[in-house]
Unconditional design. Structure first.
Length: 246
């Protein structure tokens, strides 16, 4: 497997690249709802749905900006080989097609958690459309939970959508962390339970976006102006300037 090789200098440079260029180029805005950090008393695992290549970049951006924890993320080996710079941001690999590599990745994850690191998993195992139902999570998540007598699991959902602005909007919702005793249930039981938790949050999140009921969300980037925004501003400016406009 490919282990993480975090670089503080590279992380700072990459965060600036996202903040001042890449996110502004592609998104109208990015919104977050819910608390990112939890009580450091217990180890923590973050689980998230995975519907876009942007998920990993956004979680790095948001945690870099808003969190006091040290975050690591499990990433598909082929993707990490292609984008090796993710290692410097805290990514490590898993090869889902080699049982030995899966065990190595889970053991590495367990060690990170024991060392008080925050570990992120995309337990769907691959990018899937955000509206696919039902969720089917990989059993490695249940295996990892079983390794701890007490561990918090925090569900995170990403939802991408278009509204009046020309560019898309990314919405990220952090759920309440659930304290679990890993010995209480089997690996399969934990996996099935968390499938329901993550899917229910994704459904609630989607409805909140549709009905515009995200009262506690906040932006994590400066709003990006699109071509249509500039044209509207220009038209309004001309209208105000024209002496005979009504």
């Amino acid at each position: 497997m490919i282990t993480a090789a975090k670089s503080k200098r590279f992380s700072n440079l990459f965060y600036s690249y996202l903040k001042y260029y890449l996110l502004h180029k592609h998104f109208h805005n990015v919104y977050v709802e819910g608390d990112i950090d939890e009580d450091n008393q217990f180890p923590i695992i973050y689980i998230a749905n995975h519907s876009s290549w942007w998920d990993g970049l956004l979680l790095f951006y948001v945690t870099k900006q808003q969190s006091n924890r040290d975050h690591y993320i499990m990433m598909d080996q082929q993707g990490l080989e292609q984008y090796g710079f993710f290692r410097k941001l805290g990514a490590y690999s898993i090869n889902r097609y080699q049982p030995k590599a899966i065990v190595q990745a889970l053991q590495y994850s367990e060690q990170l958690i024991q060392d008080h690191k925050a570990v992120w998993l995309f337990p769907q195992g691959e990018i899937q459309h955000q509206d696919i139902r039902p969720y089917q999570l990989q059993s490695g998540l249940g295996y990892l939970i079983q390794r701890f007598e007490q561990v918090r699991v925090k569900s995170v959902t990403f939802h991408y959508y278009f509204d009046e602005p020309q560019k898309p909007i990314a919405s990220i919702q952090f759920g309440e962390a659930i304290l679990m005793n890993g010995k209480d249930h089997t690996r399969k039981e934990w996996t099935v339970y968390l499938e329901k938790v993550l899917q229910q949050q994704a459904d609630t999140h989607r409805l909140a976006v549709i009905n515009k009921r995200q009262k506690h969300q906040y932006p994590v980037m400066r709003q990006s102006k699109s071509t249509s925004d500039r044209l509207d501003a220009l038209k309004n400016g001309v209208k105000k300037w024209t002496p005979f406009s009504s």
